[in-house]
Design a binder for this molecule. Structure first.
Ligand SMILES: Nc1ncnc2c1ncn2[C@@H]1O[C@H](COP(=O)(O)OP(=O)(O)OP(=O)(O)O)[C@@H](O)[C@H]1O
Length: 324
């Protein structure tokens, strides 16, 4: 599997206004890669996921290329995409599982139907077996098969959604804030299942979250997004050890550390992200960046390679950043 996102732009149109929610995003992933996409609310993470899955709302327009194994799936005929790519090669675990199932049909029945629709040569008996096996792998009791979605707890329902995402054994799974609606115990459970059943089994994963602590345990690579752009992308261990973009530094510094019974003073990045319906000049992070110089307010930095990472900052390779 290879995924190459090239110069992806997504614009939303609302009345006379337009907003560039994803701006010139490029990155690539290989089989078995796991990418954590982190960023504040409104930075464009879900829009990026929706563009890859081609589930953008009608008021959005996407341009650029998304190559899956060399084939451009963004510009592919939508019927062909539905039949050959969505769920079969790429699936998504959404934030809220409530809408993922038809409320008036039993969960098992719905999952079997998906298999039979996509794989007409599979018989009902083996489809049922496959669903039961997945339930077992995801620690869901066999009775789940006969239950209606509303009879499941939030944690069980989100695990049933993971089952549906893995049903056709896709090459790429996108998890978009999959634990948002869950309590802490179920969050930990779902994260652990995503690690053992998706990452450790060689699928490729894109994991979208506000929670940097989660991606530390799952993602081999990290991308930080801000104002629709990737600010920094690279090896997660290196980024955790030495973030190069001031925005990445700010995000990492905002993680509470409660080890050894001590609570570190919690840092937050001052100010707010820009209003993307209005034009701006320079680096979108400049108004919040303590290091911003004149050039940052005038010229938007292009993504460039620094220490094996891609970073969009004029000063990413300068001493000044290292000393922040
Ligand atoms: N259907 C839409 N129409 C117009 N604007 C939209 C639409 N969906 C999202 N947006 C805007 O696009 C920007 C990016 O939103 P997006 O949901 O992709 O961000 P996000 O990083 O996923 O945020 P969150 O973490 O809160 O989910 C936001 O400013 C949002 O208000």
């Amino acid at each position: 599997m290879s995924l190459e996102v090239r110069n992806l732009n997504v614009t939303y149109y609302v009345g006379k206004a337009s907003m560039n929610a994803v701006r010139d995003v490029s990155f690539s992933l290989e089989r078995g890669d796991s990418l954590g996409v982190i960023g504040e609310t409104g930075s464009g993470k879900t829009t990026l996921a929706s563009a890859i899955m081609r589930i953008l709302p009608p008021n959005a327009n996407a341009s650029g290329n998304i190559l899956l194994n060399g084939e451009d799936i963004l510009n592919m005929d939508i019927e062909k995409f539905r039949k050959t790519v969505r769920w079969k090669k790429i699936s998504i675990i959404p934030q809220y599982s409530m809408n993922s199932f038809n409320p008036i049909k039993k969960v098992g029945e719905q999952l079997v139907k998906i298999i039979l629709e996509h794989e007409p040569n599979t018989d009902v008996h083996s489809a049922v077996e496959r669903v039961m096996k997945l339930f077992e792998n995801l620690n869901l009791p066999p009775e789940t098969f006969q239950k209606y979605p509303e009879e499941l707890s939030g944690g069980q329902r989100q695990r049933a959604v993971i089952a549906s995402a893995l049903l056709l054994n896709p090459e790429l799974v996108i998890a978009d804030e999959p634990t948002t609606a869950l309590d802490v115990i179920n969050q930990a459970r779902v994260i652990s299942l995503i690690k053992t059943r998706i990452v450790d089994t060689g699928h490729t994963l894109i994991y979208i979250t506000h929670d940097i602590a989660v991606v530390a345990g799952i993602a081999k690579k990290i991308a930080t997004m801000y104002a629709g752009k990737i600010m920094e992308i690279g090896d997660s261990k290196k980024i955790f050890k030495e973030p190069l973009h001031p925005y990445t530094k700010g995000l990492l510094a905002s993680v509470p550390d409660i080890r050894y019974g001590k609570v570190k003073k919690i840092y937050y990045i001052p100010g707010d992200p820009p209003d993307m319906t209005k034009p701006f000049r320079g680096c979108p992070f400049a108004p919040r960046c303590s290091l911003a110089k004149d050039i940052c307010r005038e010229e938007e930095p292009q993504v460039r390679l620094v220490n094996g990472r891609l970073v969009a900052c004029h000063f990413a390779d300068k001493e000044v950043i290292k000393n922040v």
